[in-house]
Design a protein around this ligand. Structure first.
Ligand code: HEC
Ligand code: HEC
Ligand code: HEC
Ligand code: HEC
Length: 469
């Protein structure tokens, strides 16, 4: 009964039908609730730079707007995993929470990743954003009291929805490991269900950070969980919700590419509610909310500026000249003028400018493939090294210049794996060695035709799209 290829229009039609009491079979009259979920967003503020750009906060905000325009019983929940995974992108954690607040997120679960910047940081920014955090099995070591609220009953329209969240027992809590403890998920789940039922919840929702195997096994062991929003990394993308016994399992992949949509019709006391759930891919057919798009752009630009300043304060590695190391292209040019002249005609020669034009030259997830030898001895360390190691230089393909004597003695061949280190299915979907290699040979074959434009390249030129990972 789910819409198989949901688009904005299809969704609105489905919602309109449900509103008219005609949706999802017969007998669904009266009160209902619409629960919209995300999981493992890992602070992906912008749509992915994949072949088809998906997700991003601006699309999610517009999606929620459109749903709220036709329904008054919407409850937006996040199953945790919303903080960035990159240590340098800490500011994106606070920004994500603030954006969740603006999107009207009623509550969010807490995963181990949310504690990577400490307990205080999480608590403070969640409070500032007005996003209640739930964690049923996270305890303070000092008091054995809860680290956050354990569970809560929210109202979606008139339907009382009981919500709690779990993370794996014994999770590594990073800087919070001295102050907090992840205790038994099963024990916490039983307590949550008892308390939520006693409090009058007509439907119970588990925001899981247990990973799919852990989530499946928990709901099989603990009766009474109506919906599990799967999170915790190992979650596939399934358009149609799965059932595990009497529990409906919503699976939305990662990075906020899709949202889970569960419609719930509560039944009488003691009976299980009827639930119809699926996930909706937030592809390009979904519009972006202009206000959120603007604030994402402002945030990303300012984060780039901040990262640039921070990088400048790192001591640039002198590039230890004793061990194997990179030497920079200016060296090679002296003796290989013709290779250099040809290289200058390739896209590799302006890879750095490409990032700088988009103000992404300090964004850690972009830099690796648009420079040479990131973090390697002698190679690119900070943006200060751009003049020497920006772009995809000779050594990106041929290897460390300090090995040059070996090349002269034994030759040097550039492997396909070297290209594929940067030309991944995401960043370069049309890559094949046969097609691309002739374009980098220093003596180009006669009659070489220009490459057809890569879809990824095209998408990135037309807007603020990103790719990378
Ligand atoms: C002092 C001059 C000099 C410098 C500097 C130099 N090369 Fe060479 N390179 C040579 C000579 C000479 C050969 C051998 C040419 C031949 O006999 O084919 C060679 C050979 C090579 C080869 C081919 C090996 C093969 O497969 O036959 C590569 C690749 C190469 N150099 C890359 C570089 C790169 C990259 C740099 C900078 C990191 C560099 N060279 C710097 C002089 C130099
Ligand atoms: C260090 C990362 C890196 C490596 C290694 C690398 N590339 Fe690239 N390549 C890039 C980037 C980044 C671009 C896009 C540059 C731009 O346009 O700003 C690119 C662009 C290209 C293009 C131009 C595509 C177009 O849009 O027309 C070709 C062709 C290409 N690479 C071939 C290769 C081949 C063949 C290899 C291996 C022999 C290789 N590359 C190795 C990063 C890399
Ligand atoms: C895994 C390596 C990798 C990462 C990470 C990466 N890129 Fe690229 N990028 C490439 C390659 C390879 C190409 C060339 C693709 C092709 O033409 O087939 C490319 C091309 C581009 C282009 C198109 C250049 C043109 O021809 O106009 C832009 C823009 C771009 N990248 C921006 C980014 C941004 C922004 C990020 C970070 C969000 C990023 N890249 C991260 C490898 C990477
Ligand atoms: C995108 C990858 C790439 C980059 C960047 C690159 N080369 Fe090469 N180079 C190749 C390939 C491919 C060959 C052909 C031999 C092979 O397949 O290993 C080659 C061959 C060579 C050779 C052997 C003689 C010849 O001309 O075929 C030299 C010398 C050389 N490169 C030097 C350089 C220098 C100097 C630079 C920087 C100015 C450079 N290369 C940049 C991929 C690259």
């Amino acid at each position: 009964m789910g819409v198989r290829e949901p688009g904005a229009r299809a969704l609105l039609i489905a919602l309109a039908l449900a509103l008219a009491g005609l949706g999802a079979g017969c007998g669904h009259r009266g009160e209902h609730a619409l629960i919209v979920t995300t999981n493992d967003v890992i602070a992906k503020t912008s749509p992915c730079g994949c072949h088809t750009p998906k997700g991003g906060f601006a699309r999610r905000a517009a999606f929620l707007d459109s749903v709220r325009a036709v329904r008054k019983d919407v409850l937006a929940l996040d199953a945790g995993g919303f903080f960035p995974v990159n240590e340098d992108e800490r500011d994106a954690g606070a920004f994500t929470l603030a954006a969740m607040g603006r999107m009207g997120t009623a509550a969010a679960g807490v995963g181990p990743n949310e504690l990577r910047f400490g307990y205080a940081y999480l608590e403070q920014h969640a409070r500032a954003a007005g996003v209640p955090l739930l964690a049923a099995n996270l305890e303070r070591r000092d008091t054995h009291g809860p680290a956050f609220e354990r569970w809560r009953i929210f109202r979606a329209g008139s339907v009382p929805v009981g919500v709690f969240s779990l993370m794996p027992e014994g999770s590594d809590l990073g800087p919070a490991r001295d102050s907090l403890d992840a205790t038994s998920a099963e024990r916490a789940a039983r307590a949550a269900i008892d308390s939520l039922r006693a409090g009058g919840a007509a439907v119970t929702v588990l925001l899981s950070q247990l990973g799919e195997p852990g989530g499946d096994s928990l709901v099989a062991r603990v009766p009474g969980i109506d919906v599990i929003v799967q999170g915790g990394g190992m979650v596939p993308i399934r358009t149609d919700a799965r059932r595990i016994g009497r529990t409906v399992s919503v699976e939305g992949g990662t990075e906020g590419w899709q949202v889970g949509v569960a419609q719930v019709w509560p039944a009488g006391p003691g009976a299980r509610p009827q639930i119809d759930a699926r996930t909706v891919v937030l592809g390009p057919e979904y519009p972006m909310q202009p206000a959120m798009a603007a604030s994402v752009k402002a945030f990303e630009d300012s984060m780039n500026a901040r990262l640039r300043v921070r990088e400048a304060s790192y001591a640039a590695s002198p590039g230890g000249s004793s061990g194997p190391h990179y030497v920079g292209m200016s060296n090679c040019v002296r003796c290989h003028a013709s290779e250099y002249a040809q290289w200058q005609t390739t896209a590799h020669a302006h890879a750095w400018k490409t990032l700088a034009d988009q103000q992404k030259e300090s964004t850690p997830s972009c830099v690796p493939c648009h420079v040479t030898a990131l973090g390697e001895p002698g190679g690119f360390q900070t943006t200060d090294d751009a003049p020497r190691f920006g772009n995809v230089q000779c050594e990106a393909c041929h290897g460390r210049g300090s090995d040059h004597k070996q090349w002269m003695d034994h030759g040097n061949t550039v492997s396909e794996a070297t290209c594929r280190g940067c030309h991944t299915p995401t960043t370069s979907p049309t890559f094949s060695l046969a097609l691309y290699r002739p374009h980098v040979l220093h003596t180009p074959p006669p009659g070489l035709q220009p490459l057809p434009e890569s879809p990824a390249t095209h998408l990135m030129r037309v807007g603020q799209q990103r790719h990378g990972r």
